[in-house]
Write a protein that binds this ligand. Structure first.
Ligand SMILES: [Zn+2]
Length: 523
């Protein structure tokens, strides 16, 4: 069956606009005048709407987003009182839920970002409460959670993590980095394959509504690959996924066999799930003062953050996974972590034979001038989060005092990266920030957020067509699927979004319809 989509303004990665698209069996059969000249079984009139390729999400955590959505939702709340109220309502509505786990609160509403367990105790004291902060490098818990985990003034900070303290050294209720979360969350009920499949279903539905038809799950923990296997076999996975296993210092060697085994199990489903990438965490985050810097933080003299890996071990691990054919993703935010990641990529490329490997530098937030040209030189893809590229409360209240004006303003040098020749792909980092591409597309163009204000480092602004390309073809390239996704050309998947207005003419755009494989998706 051939379907002709006509009277649209079709845009495909910086090409000239064209007016028609012919689709058969989920693929594009013809475009422009060729499409209009064909006979078709069905004609859909797009009434002069703007059409662009469906979006890809190059870096996100869909299962975490789905898990978090099963708890109280505190996103965007502007005071502790509002958060308390949301938690209280959720607890009342879910009396049998033994643990209350939700998110994501704005840490910048409290100076310094240390939230007190007692504030949560006021609304729930009989069972543990854990809330994730929007940066997802921080949690805020109630006293019951501290008690169950036996965290007291005698508990030492775990390696790689911190426990915020009161003056008497007792735990305050805020913990930073996964190593510290584990002290608490290891006691919480385990996620099951069934609950994670529900999380995947939720994530797919959210994505399809937003026009995203292929995404990345950038960090698999215990049981998550199994959940993707279950979801792809049951048909609950309704978008395409690229999933990354997680390599941890000290553990990656013993995890190799298991990763190889799990990866092989996806072989029959490789058109839907690509399980050939590995994620390394190079450092923490600037907002929590744990990103690794070349120069110390201003508020902690002599402290430059935490590199999660020692150079030698990172180089060895990256090279080993690369030799086995995995694509390497390294999370690197601070300039020291970025340098270490680039050094690791360089070492890997010198050690292993040449191949099309497309290493990914995730976040690439604060790049030193010396390292800027190396990204393009090493063929590294910079995966960046467009929704972060303005002076939001986190950058203004939490990061600026830690970095100082000049260093703070050097974050997200996207224009410089493009001009240096680097490949760029966009990702939402959902649930850290919204998974909806239309909320993010104009941020790197205007360098302001939804509430306006003056542009942040406007010399690093990009064009709207660049932004659209990085959220489509850029992600397709990162995922080795540039012949299938991200463009509206003959042979490509008929995945596209119909918009009420052209982004090329200004912001304030909404999605009218989303098509996947030529089929209209429920919204
Ligand atoms: Zn992430």
């Amino acid at each position: 069956m051939k379907t002709l989509f006509k009277n649209g303004s079709f845009w495909s990665s910086r090409s000239e606009l064209f007016t028609g698209l012919l689709v058969e069996d989920g693929r594009i059969l013809a475009t422009g005048p060729d499409a209009l000249a064909h006979s078709a079984d069905q004609i859909i009139d797009l009434a002069n709407s703007f059409v662009m390729p469906a979006f890809g999400d190059g870096h996100a955590h869909p299962i975490f987003a789905g898990r978090e959505a099963a708890g109280p939702k505190v996103n965007g709340l502007q005071s502790v009182a509002e958060i308390q109220e949301a938690v209280r309502i959720f607890a009342e509505a879910n009396p049998d839920q033994p643990w209350i786990i939700g998110g994501a609160y704005e840490a910048a509403i409290i100076e310094g970002g240390d939230f007190d367990a007692h504030w949560l105790d006021e609304v729930v004291s009989d069972r543990p409460v854990v809330l994730h902060a929007v940066d997802h490098h921080t949690i805020w818990v109630n006293s019951k959670a501290l008690e169950i985990a036996d965290i007291t003034s005698a508990t030492k900070d775990p390696a790689g993590g911190t426990i915020a303290r009161r003056e008497d050294y007792s735990p305050k209720g805020t913990l930073r980095e996964p190593e510290a979360f584990a002290l608490i969350l290891d006691h919480s009920p385990k996620n099951t394959i069934e609950s994670d499949v529900r999380a995947i279903k939720y994530a797919c539905a959210q994505y399809l509504k937003s026009g995203v038809t292929y995404a990345n799950d950038s960090w698999l923990e215990e049981g998550m690959a199994e959940a993707y296997l279950a979801a792809v076999t049951s048909g609950d996975l309704t978008i395409d996924m690229n999933i990354s296993f997680l390599a941890n210092p000290g553990e990656w060697k013993s995890a190799l066999t298991k990763i190889e085994k799990l990866s092989a199990q996806f072989e029959p489903y490789k058109n839907q799930v690509n399980a050939k990438s590995v994620k390394f965490l190079g450092d923490g985050a600037l907002s929590s003062g744990t990103a690794a810097l070349l120069e110390p933080y201003l508020d902690q003299p002599g402290f430059s953050g935490l590199k999660i890996w020692k150079d030698d071990e990172l180089f060895e691990a990256v090279t080993e996974f690369d030799a086995r054919g995995y694509q390497i993703h390294i999370h690197a935010i601070g300039d020291a972590a970025i340098r270490q990641a680039l050094d690791a990529f360089e070492f890997m490329q010198h050690t292993n034979p040449a191949r099309d490997r497309r290493p990914v530098l995730v976040h690439a937030q604060l790049i030193s001038a010396e390292d800027m040209p190396r990204i393009a030189q090493l063929g590294v893809i910079a995966n960046m989060q467009p929704l972060w590229m303005y002076l939001d409360p986190m950058n203004k209240e939490l990061i600026l005092p830690r970095l100082g004006e000049a260093r703070n303003n050097r974050q997200y040098q996207l224009r410089s990266l493009i001009d240096s020749g680097a490949q760029v792909a966009f990702g939402s980092d959902w649930p850290v920030t919204s998974e909806v591409p239309l909320e993010a597309l104009f941020v790197p163009v205007q360098r302001v957020g939804a509430s306006g204000g003056s542009p942040w480092s406007p010399e690093e602004a990009i064009t709207i067509e660049e932004s659209m390309t990085f959220y489509t073809a850029g992600v397709a390239y990162q995922n080795f699927r540039e012949d299938e996704f991200g463009k509206l050309e003959v042979g490509y998947r008929a995945d596209f979004v119909v918009l009420d207005k052209s982004p090329l003419e200004g912001s304030g755009i909404s999605i009218l319809d989303v098509y996947k494989n030529g089929i209209k998706q429920a919204r």
